[in-house]
Design a protein around this ligand. Structure first.
Ligand code: MGD
Ligand code: MGD
Ligand code: SF4
Ligand code: MO
Length: 687
């Protein structure tokens, strides 16, 4: 494909998005001139989002890094000079060897996430390298750890309703998710259901794009979702809208739950959540009376101090109503049916010390500044922590440490790369081979290079192969080709859903469906301790968590049992979810994508604005004890008073601080050591 100057070639969207679309790349004179959806993809069917329709802008962006560079200015200043790959690899391996000899290899830490979802690049050759090195391990819990853990306590594995089935639902509840922006093909499926009479309800802290599209929007106070669930359960049990036979057969703990929810009357729940009593009752009746009710559990409601419990509580609703037996009914947090042979890819056997130091990625600032065993070298790839990690000011102080050796591998000079000692250019996903699964649908896909690497850029696999070989590690292990890696990744996965997924079929068919034959008896084989849906979880009890769904106040933020709201120096809850036209911090440097988003805004309720004499369009300062940013006020009643919203992970502007994570906390969530981005309070004033 690389050698063909003209033609249309298959590709996969590499971004961290559940849809994992099949793409077509249109090449003219050796260049990709257009990106479209592949109509043959069974789920995404040729429709793609606007961000990726404009992907050529990113691939051929004039600011794409072309060659390795070495820092010549101060950290953060962004002054670099060109060096050769040979020099770069020499400097990195010499430093890693010296640090390992003097301080031990755990003084070196990888920092990565899923800027490119290709398994070989982020869960493959990279891990192999850090295992052989014996480096510290990064606990990668910035995205969905809290919610996935809460779901697993209840259902055993991160598996739920299949996307195709949701078009058969007659009620779709989108809870803490903004699917119009973040999972557009679920919207297409929901539209089909709607044509057949389904009703769409959105439960969120602001009237996002999805709420504008829905039939019914229910706003609530941040972090009070478990209380709303308990109120719904109260009504469902009281009015006999539960499915007793289902609970008997498939659940444990329903009697205890029935008793437990008695005290969560709609009146009490209305005070906690801000949702009126009538709405709670009406929603419970709608849910309890549905033929097939599907709940899409978004990522937003689990970025809280009590985020695990929010998801855990919602996950119990389809169990008490028996919705799992209805086609299209049930719920999804994450659909992780696919998995690969990670031992073959990552080679944990290469690690000499079995129990390495683990550093939580949400606490990178603290780890860099406060650790007793200092981190002396950091290798960042597929992530942009200065924009995406919480508590930016602290992260920035950590990255500014003069004695820290930092390498950043990226396509662009990100806010993070400016702090690197060595910056390395990365290929785009269209320039490399990789394997892609989806965390929503059941199709595995292969990407093969469609264009040659831009400049001297290298893929993650190439980079870590080079580094491994330069360290003197086994050339058989570090010389494996991507095809060889894919073959071993697909063998002996130990996962029946992966039966029959092979490299050969991927090359021929492009979209290979998982073997779903095991799925028909999904409820009979739940991997929980009891084998059933755990409404009461002894596992949680052993961990010191409430064993039944329970409302717990946020540590920072809205105190539901005290209707006055947060009462300290920072009375407003600050929610900073993704925007429509960026993908996390990707595209934040593309003028086209910036124009589509206009500018970083702070949405404020008219009452909160009036109290501070803020008018629509005013420049405002938003601050708390962690940091201070400048945004433009948008006065709107899209949320309840007391909540302010700023969408999008913007990079710092010209001389302007606007990164929302300057205000967020690095506290960890109740479960899974997850991020708590949205449990943050602030004050606002006109500038
Ligand atoms: N366009 C676009 N698409 C993306 C991304 C992107 O950046 N841009 N990011 C990708 C990634 S990595 C992820 S994880 C997903 C995330 O996508 P989603 O699952 O949609 O989650 P978020 O957008 O983080 O949050 C969704 C909603 O949760 C709301 N929310 C916040 N707190 C609460 C609460 O306490 N209760 C309730 N009920 N709602 C609350 C927010 O206001 C927001 O509207 O999207 C992926 N897709
Ligand atoms: N305030 C707030 N903070 C958040 C969130 C939020 O909603 N609000 N969302 C959180 C969530 S859910 C997530 S998942 C994280 C996302 O955190 P990250 O995954 O770190 O976010 P990205 O912005 O996607 O950064 C990925 C970087 O990888 C680079 N990249 C892309 N492809 C490649 C490649 O092939 N190789 C290399 N070496 N680099 C590549 C991109 O250019 C980009 O700079 O952010 C979290 N942060
Ligand atoms: S970002 Fe999501 S919706 Fe857009 S093309 Fe990629 S996978 Fe599809
Ligand atoms: Mo995420």
């Amino acid at each position: 494909m690389i050698d063909q100057e003209n033609g249309v070639f298959p590709a996969v969207c590499p971004l961290d998005c559940p849809d994992t679309c099949g793409l077509l790349l249109h090449k003219e004179n050796g260049k990709i001139v257009k990106v479209t959806g592949n109509p043959d993809h069974p789920i995404t069917k040729g429709a793609i989002c606007n961000k990726v329709r404009n992907m050529t802008e990113r691939v051929y962006h004039p600011e794409r890094l072309q060659y390795p560079m070495k820092r010549i200015g101060a950290k953060g200043e962004g002054k670099f000079e060109r060096i050769s790959w040979h020099e770069a690899i020499q400097e990195i391996t010499t430093t890693f060897k010296d640090l390992s000899a003097t301080y031990g290899p755990e003084s070196i830490l990888p920092y990565s996430f899923y800027g490119n979802m290709g398994i070989l690049g982020v869960d493959g050759m990279d891990r192999r390298f850090f295992n052989a090195l014996g480096a510290s391990v990064l606990e990668q819990t910035i995205c969905n750890a809290a919610g996935n853990t809460g779901w697993k306590y209840t259902m055993g594995a991160n598996r739920g309703t299949l996307p195709e089935d949701t078009e058969h639902a007659d009620l779709i509840v989108v809870w803490g998710g903004n699917i119009v922006s973040t999972n557009m093909h679920q919207v297409v499926l929901a539209e089909k259901a709607r044509k057949n009479g389904a009703k769409i309800v959105v439960i969120d802290v602001h009237r996002n794009r999805t709420a504008q599209w829905a039939d019914w929007f229910i706003p609530l106070y941040p972090g009070t979702d478990s209380a709303l669930v308990l109120g719904l359960m109260h009504v469902l049990f009281e009015r006999g809208l539960t499915d007793e036979a289902f609970m008997q057969k498939y659940t444990v703990g329903h009697e205890a739950l029935r008793e437990h929810v008695r005290s969560y009357t709609p009146e009490r729940v209305a005070r906690i959540t801000g949702v009126p009593v009538e709405t709670i009752v009406e929603l419970a009746e709608l849910y309890g009376g549905a033929q097939a009710a599907y709940i899409h559990i978004g990522n937003g409601l689990q970025h809280h101090d009590n985020g695990g419990m929010n998801v855990r509580s919602i996950a119990c609703l389809p169990a008490i109503t028996g919705q799992w037996l209805n086609r299209g009914g049930g719920a999804v947090r994450t659909n992780s049916y696919a998995s690969t042979n990670s031992d073959a890819l990552e080679r944990p056997d290469l690690r000499k010390h079995a129990e390495p130091r683990v550093v939580n990625m949400n606490r990178i600032g603290e780890a860099l500044l406060e650790s007793e065993q200092p981190i002396r070298a950091l290798m960042v790839y597929c992530s942009n922590p200065l924009v995406v990690a919480p508590d930016t000011e602290r992260v920035e102080r950590g990255f500014a440490r003069e004695d820290l050796f930092t390498v950043v591998h990226d396509l662009f000079m990100t806010d993070t790369a400016k702090y690197a000692d060595i910056v390395l250019p990365a290929t785009s996903s269209f320039e490399a081979t990789d394997l892609y699964t989806s965390y929503w649908h059941q199709y595995v896909q292969l990407q093969e290079p469609v264009i040659a690497a831009i400049g001297e850029s290298k893929s993650n696999v190439e980079l870590f192969s080079l580094l491994g070989q330069a360290m003197g590690y086994d050339p058989d292990i570090f010389g494996e080709t991507p095809e060889q890696m894919i073959e071993s990744a697909l063998q002996e996965t130990g996962n029946p859903y992966m039966n029959g997924v092979t490299l050969e079929r991927l090359k021929q068919q492009r979209f290979v469906k998982l073997d779903m034959s095991a799925h028909t008896s999904f409820l009979e084989h739940l991997p929980t301790p009891s084998g059933k849906i755990e409404l009461y979880s002894e596992q949680m009890e052993q961990k010191g968590l409430p064993p039944l769904p329970t409302y717990c106040n946020l540590i920072e933020g809205y105190d539901g049992e005290n209707p006055a709201g947060p009462a300290d120096a920072y009375p407003l809850m600050f929610i900073s979810p993704p925007n429509h036209n960026f993908l996390n911090s990707n595209f934040g440097n593309s003028a086209k994508h910036q124009r589509m988003e206009k500018m970083p805004l702070l949405q404020m309720h008219p009452e909160d604005a009036a109290r501070r004499e803020v008018q629509d369009g005013d420049s405002v300062v938003v601050w708390n004890e962690r940091g201070r940013i400048e945004l433009t006020a948008k006065v709107t009643d899209a949320m309840l008073p007391g909540t302010v919203i700023s969408q999008g992970l913007w990079w710092d502007g010209e001389g302007k601080k606007q990164r929302s994570n300057s205000l967020t906390s690095n506290r960890l969530s109740d479960m899974g050591n997850g991020a708590t981005f949205f449990s943050a309070t602030v004050e606002v004033k006109r500038q």
